[in-house]
Structures are given as structure tokens and as C-alpha cells.
Design a protein around this ligand. Structure first.
Ligand SMILES: [Zn+2]
Length: 416
């Protein structure tokens, strides 16, 4: 919030207080037993904190917490925080769908995308985005189709599983995978949904770490945006984790904070979703500075500001050896993208027509001439020196609607 204030973004937003989600709303997504297990943490008798460096990392170090698994735990405040997290996101989605607000960012924790139908997992108690998707489709029947875009560095196993056979929810995830060696070890390209929902799960499993803006923007341009335009969702919800950002201690990826502005604005295009209805929900991200800066760039994009400059991807590669390794990683990434397209084009005709993507991206550039575009062209062109296969005209930079967008920022007082 300090970062948003320092950039003058906070005062341009409407602040919507989060509300507590109801048990009934939770049970439309999670099993009653799951909801009860989390609810019971509120009245558990907790021990006192006993810091002990010798057993650090062990459950015994934190007797003031109740553990669901090694990295998923709660204290007496967690149930309330998790209910606010879900309730806040639901209200925000409803206001956007009702046209009261143009778009929004739910700055909420705990995160949600690992939480399964029947169990908390990976720091996540309730699956905020899944709960919001289910509630909004019931409370606002005109919302039939929802696109969930998950750019957290981890695969959102919970969200995928909850909608694996639901043809009205398209789940897209780009995540570090490395042959299923990276947590949570799911999200291969061959996981595509089942029965009528085949093709409604789209996974881009990144084969190596240290990938960055070029790879993420290429994925959006070549895979996500064409599919999204064909799917025509009534609402886009982004599982916005920033642990793929440069400097994150867990993610190992190198996406710049500025790149999130581009990803956000591409999805805000009315050609993707009616009225540019995009709502972001915070997921992971463990470098406070990187998270703050990235959220700032997303909010700025939601407000319709010009896109920020992207740093040239060749910077920092001082030796030829480093540059050659960078090219090698990009090559492995391109193999993955080709694989994803070869699988998904069975379900999406837009992936069978590369000429269409080309034409559309060109159209968007012509429609909204701006300095930002020139810069993007230059930057991507410069990056093409590294990536070879990224060409200027293939990058669709879809500008947000210039009509005064309204953004909501929600804040959960975690120290409550
Ligand atoms: Zn994550």
C-alpha cells in the first residue's frame, strides 16, 4: 500500500472493504469437512511461540500454529483472514460485473490456488479465485464463462482440479515445471481437462528456470490471447502471484515488474473480455519489494496509464557464455510452446491460424498509436537479438480502454 501511495496510484483507486464469505458460499466449492477443519482452527488451544534454532523448520518450533501439512498452517486468526480474502474477491468481482467498477485488484492473503476441494495446501486455506468464480456465476447468471489466468510461478493444482470437467471455466497456467520436479509437481502440457471440458485447461509448463519477459509475453501472444479471444469469457480473474518475478527467493524466474503491466493490459482488451472486465487476486510472491512494484505496475495498467519501458533482456549478459546459456534456455522454452500449441490446437482453431494472430496484433498497434508502442517495438526488437524467434509484428500489445477505468484495492489487515 505504501508503494501504491508513493506512486500516487492509491488515491486514484476506490477502496472496497472486504467482507466475510459465508459457509454456504464456501461449500459451493469446498467440502463441508474442509470448511469445518479450517473453521476449527479459530478455537484451537495454541501453545506459546518457542523459537528454537536447533529445530528450525520443524513443526515443534511453532506450537502457536496448527499444521495441515508441512507448509500449510493456521493460527486463531487465519480462518477470519481466509474468509475476508474470499469475501473481498467475490464483492470485487460482483462490482465489476455490475459495471459499478471497471476492473480491480484484490490485495488479499492468504492465497488460494493450491487449495483443493477437500484440503488446504501450499499456504492456501480456501481457493479464493475458485470460490469467487462459483459464487459470481450463481449470483450473476449473465456471467456464464470465466477465464482464470494463473501466472504464479507454481501451478494452481487446486483451481485446475476444481474446474477440470467444467466447460464454462477456462483455466490457463504458466508455471515452472521442470519435468514435474517443481512444486506442486502438476500442470503438464497433457493435462487439458476432461470430457466436454477438454481444452479448457491450458498448461504452459516451463522446462527451466531463469526465463523472463520474452518468454512470458511470447506465451501470452502465441497461446493465451488467441485462446481467450476464441473462448470469449464474461469475466477474467487473474491468479496474480509474483513469485515468478526477478528477485523472488522461491521462484527462480526473471520476469520484470514492468512486464506484469503488459500482461494485465493484454487481458483488458475488449476483444478478450466484454468491457475489459479483469479482476486480479494476489497469490504468491515472497520478495516484498518485487511484489509491491509488480502490483504497482498492474494497478497502473488497470488505470489505463501508458505502459512502462521494458528492460532490454540482453542487459546483464556480460559474457558470451552467459548469452549462449540464455539462448539455450529460450530454445527449450520454444520447444515447450510448440508442444503446447500442438496439443491445444485440437481444441482451439485460433491456434491453427497463425496468420490471424498476426493480423490482430497489427490491428491493435494501428488502433492505438502511442509512445508506449514504439518503445515496446524497440524493446522486443532488441530482445529478439536474444530470442531470435520473437519478431516485432507478432507481439500484440493491446492497450487498455482509455475511458477512465476504476480500480479497487482491497487490504486485509493481516496483523489483526
Ligand atoms: Zn506460488
Amino acid at each position: 500500500m505504501e508503494h501504491l501511495q508513493s506512486r500516487g496510484l492509491y488515491e486514484r483507486c476506490v477502496h472496497v472493504p472486504a467482507r466475510l464469505i459465508t459457509t454456504k458460499e464456501l461449500e459451493a466449492t469446498h467440502t463441508p469437512l474442509h470448511v469445518k477443519r479450517v473453521a476449527d482452527t479459530e478455537h484451537h488451544e495454541y501453545g506459546e511461540a518457542e523459537p528454537d534454532s536447533e529445530t528450525e523448520g520443524d513443526e515443534a518450533v511453532y506450537p502457536q500454529c496448527l499444521y495441515f501439512d508441512n507448509d500449510t498452517f493456521a493460527n486463531q486468526h487465519s480462518y477470519t483472514a481466509a474468509r475476508l480474502s474470499c469475501g473481498g474477491l467475490v464483492d470485487l468481482c460482483e462490482k465489476v460485473v455490475d459495471g459499478e467498477l471497471r476492473n480491480g485488484f484484490a490485495v488479499v492473503r492468504p492465497p488460494g490456488h493450491h487449495a483443493e476441494e477437500g484440503k488446504p495446501m501450499g499456504f492456501c486455506l480456501f481457493n479464493n479465485v475458485a470460490v469467487a468464480t462459483n459464487v459470481i456465476r450463481k449470483s450473476r447468471p449473465r456471467v456464464k464463462k470465466v477465464l482464470i489466468v494463473d501466472w504464479d510461478v507454481h501451478h494452481g493444482n487446486g483451481t485446475q482440479n476444481l474446474f477440470f470437467s467444467d466447460p464454462d471455466v477456462l483455466y490457463f497456467s504458466i508455471h515452472r515445471y521442470q519435468d514435474a520436479t517443481f512444486y506442486p509437481h502438476t500442470g503438464g502440457w497433457n493435462e487439458v481437462g476432461e470430457a466436454k471440458a477438454a481444452g479448457r485447461t491450458v498448461n504452459v509448463p516451463l522446462p527451466v528456470k531463469q526465463l523472463g519477459d520474452v518468454e512470458y509475453l511470447t506465451t501470452f501472444q502465441k497461446v493465451l490471447i488467441p485462446i481467450a479471444m476464441e473462448f470469449q469469457p464474461d469475466l477474467v480473474i487473474i491468479s496474480a502471484g509474483f513469485d515468478c518475478c526477478l528477485g523472488d527467493p522461491l521462484g527462480g524466474m526473471e520476469v520484470s515488474p514492468e512486464a506484469f503491466a503488459y500482461m494485465t493490459s493484454m487481458l483488458m482488451n475488449p476483444a478478450v473480455v466484454k468491457d475489459g472486465r479483469v479482476v486480479l487476486a494476489l497469490e504468491g510472491g515472497y520478495n516484498v519489494r518485487a511484489v509491491s512494484e509488480s502490483i504497482g505496475h498492474c494497478v497502473s495498467a488497470l488505470l489505463g496509464d501508458p505502459l512502462p519501458p521494458l528492460v532490454n533482456a540482453t542487459e546483464g549478459f556480460e559474457s558470451k557464455r552467459d548469452l549462449s546459456k540464455r539462448k539455450q534456455r529460450h530454445g527449450l522454452f520454444m520447444q515447450t510452446i510448440d508442444k503446447v500449441i500442438s496439443i491445444q490446437k485440437t481444441y482451439w482453431k485460433s491456434l491453427r491460424r497463425p496468420a490471424l494472430i498476426h493480423a490482430l496484433s497489427h490491428l491493435s498497434l494501428d488502433e492505438h498509436p502511442s509512445k508506449a508502442h514504439d518503445h515496446v517495438k524497440n524493446t522486443i526488437y532488441a530482445e529478439a537479438g536474444v530470442t531470435v524467434q520473437v519478431s516485432v509484428t507478432e507481439v500484440p500489445v493491446l492497450m487498455p480502454d482509455p475511458k477512465s477505468p476504476t480500480v479497487v484495492v482491497e487490504e486485509i489487515p493481516l496483523s489483526k
